[in-house]
Design a protein around this ligand. Structure first.
Ligand code: F6R
Length: 261
């Protein structure tokens, strides 16, 4: 594992941990998550979780750590970054179910600590407002993010303005195609999702971005070291004022520029 600092496109500094392969992202990411959970104490930390392939090793390691160290998680408040419109929390492809299976159930997170946007509501706008209000009141200690090959973070697709908040979005064909691997047919991937916004993410105290694989190399470099642009929503991470940690594998770091190069 290598710990380096890289210069962003706007001249800031980002802490980057480079690991050999995607599996190795798990341990350092889980250690960070555990520290945030433990620091939350009896009041409990408030954490927003991405789903998908990138954070999976982190969740698996956190489960393993919890088995061997048993730190208290009961007070932790967990939020989803995004969720498909219309899917129930126990639908096999819902993000709620993904988190229950890979993290919440194995560590014993109480049901009333698991928050997700009201994607089954008949008034989605009101449900989005309620979710945004809950996140504002319970300021996030940490948001765990992945990055889409098209530059999205959460489901803030290219074209998303900086000042976006929780809302309903239409998923791009690229994103539906990328997520078809979790469904038996691409047609079954919902066309809409509720996502937290860029501003919602940037309001967190701390961010953890996970990226692995060759197919994330170009977009990771653009996001961290290119110009800030609505075409690459992840590029807004460069204006984050809190602490941003990036944990990525070697393949995903191939296009980053390092100062000594
Ligand atoms: C999922 C989410 C997405 C993913 C991104 C990367 O909750 O918010 O932004 O993080 O699409 O997905 P993976 O990690 O599967 O490549």
């Amino acid at each position: 594992m290598m710990s380096v600092y890289v210069r962003t496109g706007v001249g800031g500094i980002v802490h980057l941990l480079i690991v050999e392969n995607s599996d190795r992202t798990g341990k350092p990411a889980a250690a960070l998550l555990r520290d945030v959970i433990v620091a939350g104490g009896t009041k409990g930390a408030s954490i927003c979780f991405a789903t998908g392939s990138s954070p999976l090793p982190a969740y698996q390691e956190l489960v393993a750590m919890h088995k061997s160290e048993a730190f208290p998680v009961e007070a932790t408040r967990a939020y989803l970054l995004d969720e498909y419109v219309g899917l129930s929390a126990d639908h096999p492809q819902s993000f709620g179910r993904f988190m229950a299976e890979h993290l919440y159930d194995p560590i014993g997170l109480p049901q009333d600590r698991r928050h997700r946007p009201g994607v089954e509501s008949s008034d989605l706008d009101a449900a989005c407002k309620a979710y945004e209000t809950a996140l504002k009141e319970d300021r996030l200690d940490l948001a765990v993010l992945g990055i889409g090959a098209n530059g999205h973070i959460a489901f803030n697709e290219p074209g998303t303005p900086r000042h976006s908040r929780t809302r309903v979005v239409d998923l791009t064909d690229d994103t539906r195609h990328a997520n078809a691997r979790f469904f038996d047919k691409e047609e079954k991937v919902p066309h809409q999702a509720v996502t937290v916004g860029i501003s919602t993410i940037l309001d967190a105290r701390r961010l953890l971005l996970l990226a692995s694989g060759e197919n994330k190399a170009a977009i990771l470099a653009q996001a961290l070291q290119g110009g800030i642009s609505t075409n690459v929503p992840a590029s807004y991470l460069q204006v984050f004022r809190g602490e941003l940690t990036v944990i990525a594998d070697e393949a995903a770091c191939r296009k980053l520029a390092f100062d000594n190069e």
